[in-house]
Write a protein that binds this ligand. Structure first.
Ligand SMILES: Nc1ncnc2c1ncn2[C@@H]1O[C@H](COP(=O)(O)OP(=O)(O)OP(=O)(O)O)[C@@H](O)[C@H]1O
Length: 550
């Protein structure tokens, strides 16, 4: 802390950890940054006079005030001693601690940052490689991945070395400064004791306090170093988070979301005859505050049709692109509807809306005449089962994967076996060494595609949802597997309102109705033979596929 000299001489004694400021000339100003104070403040040495002004956090205070604070912080009244020591000293300036900390902080930021991001890049590379290991293998890319990993490790090593050098330089510098300061104190104090201006006891305790301060500041500098690493990591997390918009379609099920969205989700829509025909809102819908239980939704879905009424939709991240443009489609209760059409027509988007991962921008979806938004969205998963081309299994046992169909219930072994039998999976499961306790590996990688598919079907059978969506469920299978899976699917479809999405039109010929989706609308609707007779888009798609097959 600056301790101004009363007689205006150049003599300013500064604690070993303080900074005299600027170029050392009288009256210059230095920028300081003390430990524990995050806001910069400046000290004017006031032409070397005691009582110069310092700015702390924007407000001006006298250096005397500041000195009192520092003394008080250290629990000692050393002001007098400092004055006493200052009195006979001329031009002794020890630049240390605080200045060093400021320099240390400035110079280490980029190094800590690059060290942190080098570490993160190594983790990213390893995660990406192992999660895409099949793709890596299929392109014989192991060597490339390994050399990429090696270069990242090297970069990490280099940044670590730089950081180590910087840390040790800082440590050495601190010690040199500390010992020089102590020598100065011994020298000055000794002179004062010799001249009878100071007792030896006062000098000894002064030096004792100085030691305490030394280690406190050194500890502070080291902690600052560690904090720098933490800040660099936090900054990286923030950068990632700030670039990522929360996917509302997935986030609503998370507990975190419950509290923030509780208010929104409680609202529901109800009929109101005073609808403004010019408004963008779907006709006659307003908010009320009670949601119906989803078990009512299950019952309704078992007895009534599912209707998409004049549905418009754009994805939240591409609001300018209309994916569905006034789509109307009725999924007849207990019947199979096939959805076909060119790539990008909006078929998967319809699935996402039925599963309520998203809500329509305009229009509505109804179950037996009831708007689906009147049911609790968080429980909607119980109403819809989705089986897709590449079902995800968890890396637990076969039995546990099937039981996942009812994740909140205690499923009996009998029910699991029953579902597996209906899904044509029982035979292959019991042929495994551990039967139903066989582990399936990460994402089910220890099973074949057809086996995974049948376990997914058994899981869906156990779930017993009234609406079933099959999204290209058999497209990746060979003929034998496809037959087994198709039989299992026939079991699953029984008595459920089913929507089948298929590219291979041969697989949907027997559907009760086929809807052809193009440009976000249903362009054609009918049975296979009706659509062929119409000689429209469906007929030409069938022709193209037949030609390709021949
Ligand atoms: N998450 C998303 N965000 C923004 N746009 C999307 C998203 N998913 C799909 N789209 C866009 O919506 C349009 C319809 O996509 P969708 O997946 O529904 O088509 P599809 O008919 O299922 O196609 P395919 O038969 O190739 O699977 C496409 O133009 C696509 O680029």
């Amino acid at each position: 802390m600056a301790c101004g000299e009363g007689d205006g001489r150049r003599g300013v004694l500064v604690w070993w950890w303080a900074y005299s400021g600027g170029d050392g000339r009288r009256g210059t100003m230095g920028k300081w940054k003390p430990i524990g104070c995050l806001r910069p403040w400046q000290v004017y040495d006031g032409n070397g006079r005691r009582g110069g002004m310092a700015q702390v956090g924007g407000g001006e205070v006298s250096t005397q005030w500041w000195r009192r604070r520092v003394w008080a912080c250290n629990g000692v009244g050393l002001g007098g001693l400092a004055d006493c020591l200052c009195g006979g000293c001329r031009g002794v300036v020890v630049q240390a601690g605080v200045r060093e900390m400021a320099i240390f902080k400035r110079s280490t930021i980029p190094i800590f940052k690059s060290h942190g991001s080098a570490q993160a890049r190594i983790a990213d590379c390893a995660t990406e490689t192992f999660s895409a290991i099949r793709t890596v293998r299929s392109f014989a890319g192991e060597k490339r991945q390994m050399s990429m990993f090696a270069s990242l490790v090297l970069a990490y090593q280099n940044s670590g070395t730089k950081l180590g050098i910087l840390k040790s330089a800082n440590e050495s510098l601190t010690r040199v400064v500390v010992y020089i300061s102590l020598m100065a104190l011994y020298f000055l104090g000794g002179n004062k004791v010799k001249a009878g201006e100071l007792t030896i006891g006062t000098m000894a305790s002064f030096i004792g306090y100085t030691f305490t301060l030394t280690f406190a500041v050194q500890g502070g500098v080291n902690t600052l170093g560690d904090l720098r690493g933490t800040f660099a990591a936090v900054e990286r997390i923030n950068t990632i988070l700030s670039d990522t918009d929360i996917d509302d379609s997935l986030a609503y099920g998370l507990k975190k979301e419950f509290s923030s969205r509780e208010h929104d989700d409680r609202f529901e829509l109800y009929k109101d005859d005073s609808h403004d025909p010019d408004s963008d809102e779907a006709p006659g819908l307003h908010y009320t505050s009670i949601l119906k239980s989803v078990s009512d939704g299950c019952n309704l879905a078992r007895s009534g049709d599912i209707c998409l009424e004049d549905v418009y939709f754009s994805y939240p991240l591409r609001t300018d692109v209309g994916v569905l443009n006034g789509l109307n489609l009725t999924l007849k209760c207990g019947k199979v509807t096939a959805l076909v059409g060119p790539s990008g027509a909006g078929k998967s988007t319809i699935v996402q809306l039925l599963a309520r991962f998203y809500e329509p921008t305009r229009g509505r979806i109804t179950v037996a005449g009831e708007d689906v938004r009147t049911f609790d969205k968080r429980e909607w998963a119980r109403v819809v089962s989705i089986v897709n081309q590449d079902p995800v299994l968890f890396s637990v046992s076969v039995g546990e994967n099937i039981a996942y169909g009812l994740p909140d219930e205690n499923v009996s072994k009998d029910d699991i076996v029953k579902a597996a039998k209906a899904a044509n999976a029982h035979e292959f499961i019991i042929s495994q060494p551990q039967g139903y306790d066989t582990l399936v590996g990460e994402r089910g990688s220890l099973l074949s595609g057809g086996q995974r598919q049948r376990i997914a079907i058994a899981r869906a059978l156990l779930k017993n949802a009234p609406i079933l969506i099959l999204d290209e469920a058999t497209s990746a299978l060979d003929t034998v597997s496809e037959r087994l899976v198709q039989e299992a699917l026939n079991h699953l479809m029984k008595g459920r309102t089913t929507l089948v999405i298929a590219h291979r039109l041969s697989t949907v010929q027997n559907a009760h109705q086929i809807a052809l989706c193009a440009d976000g609308r249903i362009a054609e609707l009918g049975t296979h033979s009706e659509l062929l007779e119409r000689k429209g888009m469906y007929a030409s798609l069938v022709g193209t596929q037949r030609l390709a097959f021949e």
